[in-house]
Ligand binder design. Structure first.
Ligand code: NAG
Length: 403
């Protein structure tokens, strides 16, 4: 295979690949079924108290964050490099045990460039490091709603399903965004929300790149080399609907190690290469910055388009820097911000990150505590136990009353 050297050697042969596949399917289906069962068991809460119900669903969403994080940790472990510009100074830490902690806010719109289907796995993990993995909202194709079990779970999560037909979508989109905005509530009573949006609309691939180029030519601007021109309608609509109910847009630039200039990540880091053959990217590089929503010209379409294109051409420059140096830019300001020996907001001592170089920290996707895994299964198992015990009591009662 010609791409063998791009993603590294195949680490696992046919037999081990089959075992890895079976284990992965077992773990993921068991986890998903447990999560959806947990949601159904808790569904009656909706009638008693909606807030309680949403809090409960948020816990099942955390469980999915755990599933995703362990999926990456066990099947596709890789080095993660994190950096940011001065807008996120003091928000990114490595704790004593080498784990990442992001002190990011509870409510935000999260945007990123899009190269691989697996992009969102890393973003969900970032949410995990900010204790916000129960607050992630993603936008998906309408058809995914009807996948058995997983589709039900995603509907319970309040994910946004769009048919890519603005006439049809707008009403539904508005309804979901109004719920997320919760403008009738006091700011402190609004629920945590990380609304994840890939403005490029699709991941980087030959077709998408061609249509990006076509559009760039049409309006007479340069087509970016490493990203696609962003689409603005969806994001603009989100910002208009959410308005002052959310303060920040966080922007993440993602670069995977091992994608040459003339190649596409999706062809190199296929799910098979990553999850079965043991060939994940050698490193995943994430750069953060944030923008105050009130300073984004989202009410004026022309200005907003320009604003987005400017941000995306900055991204393209960062990606170019990555291609040339193997690193996304760090924050030139203060090294100690990333590993300052102080305390994080949650009172964890911050260790010196031994590999912090040029204000870039190295870490890995990892759970804080393995006990989070059995937590995914607690409610269904307890329910079965209780059911079983009541069944036995019933039988005993029947014997007693019968005798
Ligand atoms: C956009 O318009 C809305 C509604 O008129 C207003 O509340 C908001 O402050 C405006 N935002 C900006 C950034 O101009």
């Amino acid at each position: 295979m010609s791409d063998t050297h791009l993603a590294g050697q195949i680490r696992y042969g046919g037999f081990l690949q089959a075992i890895r596949l079976i284990l992965f399917i077992l773990y993921f289906s068991a986890g998903s079924i447990a999560i959806v069962a947990t949601q159904f068991i808790g569904a009656p809460l909706y009638i008693c108290n909606k807030d309680l119900f949403y809090a409960y669903i948020s816990i099942t969403k955390q469980s999915f964050g755990t599933l995703v994080t362990t999926g990456t940790q066990w099947w596709t472990p890789t080095t993660i490099r994190i950096s940011g510009d001065k807008s996120v100074r003091g928000q990114i830490y490595i704790t004593d045990d080498g784990l990442l902690e992001c002190n990011f806010p509870e409510r935000m719109v999260f945007i990123a460039n899009h190269q691989l289907y697996s992009d969102w796995l890393y973003i969900w993990w970032i949410a995990y490091t900010a204790r916000m993995h129960g607050a992630v909202y993603i936008i998906l194709k309408e058809s995914l709603k009807w996948i058995p079990i997983v589709g039900w779970g995603m509907q319970m999560y309040g994910f946004i399903f769009l048919a890519r037909n603005w006439g049809k979508d707008q009403q539904r989109f508005k309804h979901r965004l109004d719920k997320l905005a919760a403008k009738d509530r006091k700011p402190e009573d609004r629920l945590p929300m990380w609304l994840l949006i890939f403005p490029e609309g699709t991941n980087m691939c030959p077709n998408a790149r061609a249509s990006s180029k076509k559009f760039a030519d049409k309006i007479g601007i340069k087509n970016p080399d490493h990203v696609l021109l962003p689409r603005v309608t969806g994001l603009q609509y989100c910002l208009q609907q959410l308005d002052e109910s959310v303060e920040w847009v966080y922007d993440c630039t993602m670069a995977y190690e091992g994608i040459p200039r003339d190649k596409y990540g999706q062809d190199i880091f296929t799910l098979r290469a990553q999850y079965l053959q043991g060939r994940p990217p050698k490193s995943v590089n994430l750069h953060f910055r944030r923008f105050r929503i009130s300073e984004i010209p989202y009410n004026d379409t022309a200005k907003f388009e320009q604003w987005m294109r400017d941000r995306w051409s900055e991204k393209d420059e960062m990606m170019e820097t990555y291609m040339q140096t193997g690193r996304l830019p760090g924050d030139d300001g203060e090294v100690e911000v990333l590993s300052n020996g102080g305390m994080t907001k949650r009172g964890k001592r911050v260790g010196k990150a031994p590999s912090a170089k040029g204000n870039i920290v190295e870490t890995a996707v990892k759970l804080r505590n393995w006990l989070e895994v059995p937590k995914i299964f607690v409610v269904p198992i307890l329910t079965l136990l209780v059911y079983n015990i009541f069944g036995k009591f019933g039988k005993i009662a029947a014997i007693i009353s019968g005798g």
